[in-house]
Write a new protein. Structure first.
Length: 276
């Protein structure tokens, strides 16, 4: 068969974008860098024992005593491994990527839930975003934003956004038809129906999407260490490249602890909303 030079076309497209939209990418880079550095300054500026206490209280209120105890023990273990700074750097990247994913994903999910045409158009794009190997996203991110935290955050947003889009659309579509019809019968406008009926009832499903987005962001942030994103991913990467098994294990353990704390808290938030 004749070879289709798809890769060549992609490279030409990326080169064209890099040259002609350089000011646009520069603006995004500066904006994202400011946000990431701001979160990093806050997280690393607060003494670790205060941060641990705050997270423990949140875990206790939302998930119970067991999760609160695990949060304290797990985070103190991270401190004892001298990985607190790297953990906060990773958390800053995760928070930034998650916020951007929510700002982009929630409107897309709402649009998909209200338009079958949009749903049929966006769904294949989400399939592509989820099935493409995570490492592939690093290549255009480096082209557009050089090395560092910003391309890591951009690649993370692309990789982690599909769950919140899908589950937002699914949650709104699963609102019972009789509830929607009753709201319309009482004179609810389209906006009132969305914000006062559909989104509140779909909130547990939306929060499940948020949970998945956060966890995918955390996994992608670690991979992004390959392009200079830093944080715990850099610790793991150094352990791999320098054949330091202990260092790599400690970095991986810190990632697991952070992921479990975030997962338990966000899952409990969704369960609390569902019960309410």
């Amino acid at each position: 068969m004749i070879r289709l030079p798809i890769g060549d076309y992609v490279e030409r497209g990326i080169d064209w974008l890099t040259v002609n939209l350089a000011p646009f990418f520069t603006g995004i880079k500066e904006g994202l860098s400011g946000i990431i550095n701001g979160f990093d300054f806050i997280f690393n500026g607060i003494p670790f024992f205060i941060t641990i206490a705050i997270l423990a209280v949140i875990a206790w209120r939302l998930a119970g005593r067991g999760t609160a105890i695990f949060t304290v023990i797990g985070l103190l273990l991270i401190v004892s491994m001298n990985l607190w700074k790297q953990t906060m750097e990773t958390l800053a990247l995760v928070v930034t990527a998650t916020l951007i994913a929510l700002l982009l994903g929630l409107p897309l999910g709402i649009w998909m839930s209200r338009s079958d045409k949009a749903n049929s158009t966006i769904r294949p794009i989400l399939d592509f975003m989820q099935t493409m190997p995570a490492f592939v996203y690093l290549i255009p991110a480096v082209y557009f934003f050089d090395l560092g935290e910003v391309p890591g955050a951009v690649a993370t947003v692309i990789f982690a956004m599909p769950p919140v889009v899908r589950l937002t659309s699914l949650g709104i579509r699963q609102v019972p038809v009789d509830v929607v019809e009753a709201s319309k019968a009482f004179g609810a406008t389209s906006g009132q129906l969305l914000w006062k009926v559909q989104i509140p009832m779909a909130m547990p499903t939306i929060l499940a999407g948020l949970n998945q987005t956060i966890l995918l962001s955390l996994s992608m942030v670690v991979i992004s260490a390959m392009i200079g994103a830093g944080g715990l991913g850099n610790v793991v990467l150094q352990g791999i490249t320098q054949m330091k098994m202990g260092q790599g294990f400690e970095g991986g353990l810190a990632v697991v602890i952070l992921a479990m704390v975030i997962d338990r808290i966000t899952q409990s938030l969704g369960k609390a909303r569902k019960k309410g």
